[in-house]
Design a protein around this ligand. Sequence first.
Ligand SMILES: [Zn+2]
Ligand SMILES: [Zn+2]
Length: 399
Amino acid sequence: MQKGINIVCSYCMRTFFAVLLICISLSGWSQKLRIGLYFVSKVKTVEVNQDNGSYLMTADSQVVDTLTGKFSFIAYAKGEQIRARLDGNDLGTYHTVKFTPLEDSTGFKIRSLTHKSKYRYYWGGVEVSMGEGKLKIINTVDIEDYLPGVVESESGINERAEYYKIQATISRTYARAQAGKHALEGFDLCDHTHCQVYRKRSRKNPEIPKAVKDTEGLVLVDSDINLISALFFSNCGGQTCNSENVWNTEMSYLRSVKDPFCKNMPHYYWKKEVPKTKWINYMRNKTPDYFKLNGSFDENFDVEFDQGKRRVYYSNPGFTVPLTAIRSDFKLRSTFFTITESGDNIVFRGRGFGHGVGLCQEGAMKMADLGYSYLEILKFYYTGIHLIHVDDMEFFKMD
Ligand SMILES: [Zn+2]
Ligand SMILES: [Zn+2]
């Protein structure tokens, strides 16, 4: 009896230390993420091939094989389960098939056979199971191996090293703050603009993984040492927006700043014409929720509108409409526009592209060109923030 207890205890202790080691290895900057791939595609058949290293293959938690070389795995949607084939052999149907990396620098390539799309390359492991009427494909990957793929997908391959450090820091902060956003679907983040774009691992510009390495573990926090919502967009048109003027939530670090850097960048100016009758009907028909209507509607209202500095409302003595509503309803590039009349049309002349809250990407690119450091650029667009290592967050919070 006593011996039995001792055996259990030593087993428990070994298990405890094993779990502790895993927890320690998962803490800090080496956090593992689960990324939902092909989030907006209806993939029903997928092929996975080894690209580097070795994998342990399991099907519904049973070990199938250790795969040390090239292999071809194909999964088909089959009712509530998936049908699995390995190197041409049918393995049967399962709920989940997993490929777990057995060493560092292990990677795979994957393609949708449903769409006959090109291979995408990723680091880490992959799991395939059945989702809502399509395959659920999850890449299990260390955050620092995930980031170069995001930086390349979000900012392309032709930017300066300093700009890549900005994108790496923003994307790391976002991933840390938002991990678990898709918890109900069984993963942390998706691979689409809904979270952060992650089309593949970075392969084309060595400056991108270098920028991730140079900023390893660094995140942006506010004065209370909480991770910030590191929002960004294409071009602010010369002035960014206060967060509360776009989403009704005031954030201390998302303040409007005047930006002289994005002028004449590709998305600085835009123009759009719409028929004047459409504009008047819009104003007449919009629900009172959008309007602050003073008295009865006068269709001979003065349509001309000017914004020297950014404004929040389109208003005249008769009514008031949020510019965000107009931007959405008329599919405008930004809320930073003037309106003039031209014959039967009204003409929007606008500046900037995107919601305008946070970091202006084209301004940041220009600042990097001019020799500003990535920290100077981040501090220019995010008010009162700090750059710290994620492992130091608790220390500073206790201070
Ligand atoms: Zn998402
Ligand atoms: Zn700007």
